[in-house]
Write a protein that binds this ligand. Structure first.
Ligand code: UDX
Length: 451
C-alpha cells in the first residue's frame, strides 16, 4: 500500500469513500463526495492505481491509493466479471491496512463504498465502522440483479423462442431484458451478485443515484428487500458535473461544431466507457447514421471497435460522404453536449449515468443496450417511461436509419420529448428545498451524524 497524500482532518465528520475504478462508477462516487463535502464533511477517497482519479481536480479531498494487483488490466465487456471478482479479492488487505492507518489518525464517521465492492462490508465490520452502500445503477436494475441468482435457472441462457416471454418475478421485464454479462464462468456472476446483495443487506444504509418520482414503486420494493435506510438523493450530476472526474480528455471541438447546427437537429451517439462492438456492427452503425440524413455527433472511444485502434474500420469514402453532416470525436463533454440547443436525440447504450443525464436535459433516446443493467434501463426508457425507442434487431442499418427518423423528425419523437420534459421538470423540483431528493439528503446527513 502507498500512502503519501496529506492526512485527513481528525474529526467525527470524516467520511471515507471507495469507488469502483470504472468511469461509470467513479463519476457518481466523486459527485456524491462533492455533495457531502459541501455539507461540511471532510472526505478521503481510497482508490486503486488502475483508473485512478485526477487528484488535482479535487484539491479539497484527500486521495489514498491502494494496490490492486491489476494495474495493466484492460476492462471490457469480456472480462468485467473477472475484473470485479479480482477487485473483491485483491483489495481486501490493502484496503484494511489503509483504514487501519486512517483510524490511527482519528475517527471515521462511516465508509461509503460501491455496492460492487462487497468485500468492504466485512472489513468495515472488523473495525466496527458503519458502511453505507452506494448503488450506481437504478433501483429497478438492482432489484433485478438481486433476483437473478434465484431465477436464472428458469430463464438463462436466453432461448430465442422465449425472448418475448414475460418474467413474472421481475415485471415488466421480458426474458430479452434480463441482464447478461459475457464471462467465462456464469457461476462467478451469480456468486458475485449473491455476495453483493448479502453484504448490502448487512450494511447500515443504501444511497441511490435516482429520484423517488422516477422509481417510486422500485424504491418501496427496495425498502422491503433491504430493510435499512434507503436514500434516493439523485441525480447527483445536477449538483456536481462529471467533467471533473473524466478519465479521458473531453474534445471540446464537439461543442464548437454543435454551435454551427440547427435547433434540436443533431443526434448525439455515445456508448459509454466500456461497451465494445465488432467491425461488422460498427459498419452497420456508420451506414445507418449516414443514410438517416440527420446531422450527428458520434463518440467513438479508442477501443470501442474490437481489433481497431480508432477509425480504421470506417468504410472507405465515408468521411467524404457525410461531409459536415457528421462530427466524430474520441470523447465528449457529454453533459454539455446533452444540454446544447442543437441536440435533439441521444443514441445510447443506456448506462445509468447516460440515461439520467439525458432525462435531466429532456433529450429522447434511442436504446442499444449492450450488457448488464443497460438492458433493464432500456426497458424502462422505451416501454415504461415512453421516452425512447429500443432497437430490436441488434445493429442493422435499415432499422437504425428508420429509428433515427422516428425519434428526430416524426410525431412519435415529439411525444417522447414531451414525456421526457415532464420528467426533467420533476428532477428540478426534487432537488429544490423540500423536494424528495433534497429531503432524503438532509435525512442522510442526520443519519451519518448520529453514528
Ligand atoms: C458503466 C455501465 O456500463 C453502466 O451500465 C452502469 O450503469 C455504470 O457503469 P458506462 O458504460 O461507462 O458505465 O456508462 P454510463 O453509466 O452512461 O457512464 C458514462 C459516463 O461517462 C457518463 O457520466 C458520461 O457523461 C461520461 N461520458 C461518456 C463522457 O464524459 N464523455 C463521453 O464522450 C461519453
Amino acid at each position: 500500500m502507498e500512502n503519501q497524500t496529506p492526512k485527513p482532518k481528525s474529526n467525527n465528520h470524516h467520511l471515507v469513500l471507495f469507488p469502483v475504478p470504472l468511469q461509470g462508477h467513479i463519476n457518481p462516487m466523486l459527485q456524491l463526495a462533492n455533495i457531502l463535502h459541501s455539507k461540511g464533511f471532510s472526505i478521503t477517497i481510497i482508490h486503486t492505481h488502475f483508473n485512478s482519479p485526477t487528484k488535482s481536480n479535487h484539491p479539497h479531498f484527500t486521495f489514498l491509493p491502494i494496490s490492486d494487483g491489476f494495474s495493466k488490466t484492460k476492462t471490457s465487456t469480456e472480462d468485467a466479471i473477472s475484473h470485479i471478482t479480482l477487485l473483491n479479492t485483491n483489495c481486501v488487505a490493502p484496503f484494511r491496512d489503509c483504514l487501519a492507518r486512517l483510524l490511527a489518525d482519528g475517527p471515521i464517521a462511516c465508509l461509503i463504498t460501491d455496492a460492487i465492492l462487497h468485500f468492504s462490508q466485512l472489513v468495515a465490520d472488523g473495525f466496527g465502522l458503519p458502511r453505507i452502500v452506494l448503488s450506481t445503477c437504478s433501483i429497478s436494475s438492482f432489484l433485478v440483479f438481486a433476483a437473478l441468482p434465484v431465477i436464472q435457472e428458469k430463464y438463462l441462457p436466453k432461448q430465442d423462442s422465449q425472448l418475448e416471454s414475460p418474467v413474472p418475478e421481475v415485471l415488466p421485464l421480458q426474458v430479452k431484458d434480463l441482464p447478461s454479462m459475457t464471462t467465462n464462468d456464469s457461476e462467478d456472476f451469480y456468486k458475485f451478485l449473491t455476495n453483493m446483495v448479502t453484504q448490502t443487506k448487512a450494511s447500515s444504509g443504501l444511497i441511490w443515484n435516482t429520484f423517488s418520482e422516477l422509481e417510486e414503486s422500485a424504491l418501496s420494493q427496495s425498502r422491503d428487500l433491504f430493510p435499512i435506510p434507503n436514500f434516493s438523493i439523485g441525480p447527483f450530476h445536477k449538483s456536481f458535473p462529471a467533467s471533473s472526474s473524466t478519465l479521458l480528455i473531453q474534445d471540446r471541438s464537439s461543442i464548437s461544431w454543435l454551435d454551427t447546427q440547427k435547433l434540436k437537429s443533431v443526434l448525439y451517439v455515445s456508448f459509454g466507457s466500456i461497451a465494445e462492438m465488432d467491425r461488422k456492427e460498427f459498419n452497420e452503425m456508420a451506414w445507418g447514421l449516414a443514410n438517416s440524413m440527420q446531422p450527428f455527433l458520434w463518440v467513438v472511444r479508442p477501443g470501442f471497435i474490437r481489433g481497431s485502434k480508432w477509425l480504421e474500420a470506417l468504410p472507405s469514402g465515408y468521411a467524404e460522404k457525410i461531409g459536415d453532416r457528421g462530427c466524430i470525436v474520441k470523447w465528449a463533454p457529454q453533459q454539455e453536449v446533452l444540454a446544447h440547443f442543437a441536440v435533439g436525440g441521444f443514441w445510447t447504450h443506456d448506462g445509468w449515468n447516460s440515461t439520467l443525464e439525458s432525462i435531466c436535459e429532456g433529450v429522447p433516446m434511442i436504446c442499444s443496450p449492450c450488457f448488464g443493467d443497460q438492458l433493464v434501463n432500456a426497458k424502462y426508457v422505451s416501454d415504461v417511461w415512453g421516452i425512447g425507442l429500443r432497437f430490436e434487431k441488434g445493429v442493422e442499418r435499415g432499422e437504425i436509419e428508420r429509428g433515427i427518423r422516428r425519434v428526430m423528425v416524426e410525431r412519435e419523437g415529439e411525444e417522447m420529448r414531451e414525456r421526457i420534459l415532464c420528467l426533467k421538470e420533476k428532477v428540478d423540483v426534487c432537488l429544490e428545498d423540500g423536494g424528495s431528493s433534497h429531503q432524503h439528503l438532509e435525512e442522510l446527513i442526520s443519519y451519518i451524524l448520529s453514528f
